[in-house]
Design a protein. Sequence first.
Length: 355
Amino acid sequence: MGAAGGRAGFSVGLGLALASSAFIGSSFILKKKGLLRLCRRGRVRAGQGGHAYLHEWLWWAGLLCMGVGEAANFAAYAFAPATLVTPLGALSVLVSAVLSSTFLNEQLNVHGKIGCILSILGSTVMVIHAPQEEEVSSLESMAEKLKDPGFIVFAVCVLVSSLLLIFVAGPRYGQSNVLVYVLVCSAIGSLSVSCVKGLGIALKELFSGKPVLKEPLGWVLLVCLVICISIQINYLNKALDIFNTSVVTPIYYVLFTTAVMMCSAILFKEWQHMVLDNIIGTISGFLTIVSGIFLLHAFRDMPFAPDLLPLFLQQGRAELQATWRSADRHQSCQHQPLLSSEDKGSQSTEEEEEE
């Protein structure tokens, strides 16, 4: 029964994570459609300080989809391992890219299509080889996990490194190095996911009729979550304001997901009972998703032309074209008469003179 319940919970968490990606990816398209409709009507755009989008139902539909997606993502952490739920968030980027090419007439180049395929393949591999975390069914067991010396050392390292990045590295290198603020968001984000996991367990207990509101741990986790999310939003906005979005997004995804996987492995012992092939499958699936996200973002505005190929491929392409041209000439010669009309005329005059 326990194994069956664990598999059922895993399936529920997986379904919620996929639904979350679908809703969040669709929300960007609905919001964009609403903003474009306002632009066609001549209203003041949001980038210029206008708030006319508050009267557009498409924008509100996108906001509703975003809320549903975030709620589904929040609930997914209560059923499935964070090592699975967090990387699957990349599928929202894939959904947004595919829908934008369909409904917004935004071209998806070759790099983007390859990135979409890689993201799907990597997500499939991660689902197949996803780790099974230790059962955490109550706030008491969550409290025992939080007292683990390994997690305490990890949390102290995260806090100390974040303070150094904020107060030492930030003023010196924050304006020139994209890693400074993104590392702050990623490190703090790993703790926020742990808080979300604990609050999800608290909500499950609350719906089952247990007196969770009297437990101080639930309120402590809620306060910590608010603080962590506030720090994340602040420094992510700083990174996006200074650097290009196509640079910040893939770097933030890689560092944030890596930090969450490390935190989950330490706190919930997700990797403790995994065999070697599942470890290799999980890591390779994650790296495949990273490659897909990188192709989707880093090269989305770059047109694909033969001149972008490496030199050795350009030379091979030129040689191949030369071979095709020579083959075409050879084939056309085979269908031509052996002597041209002029040669035939000269040959007939020579024969008449000899006679």
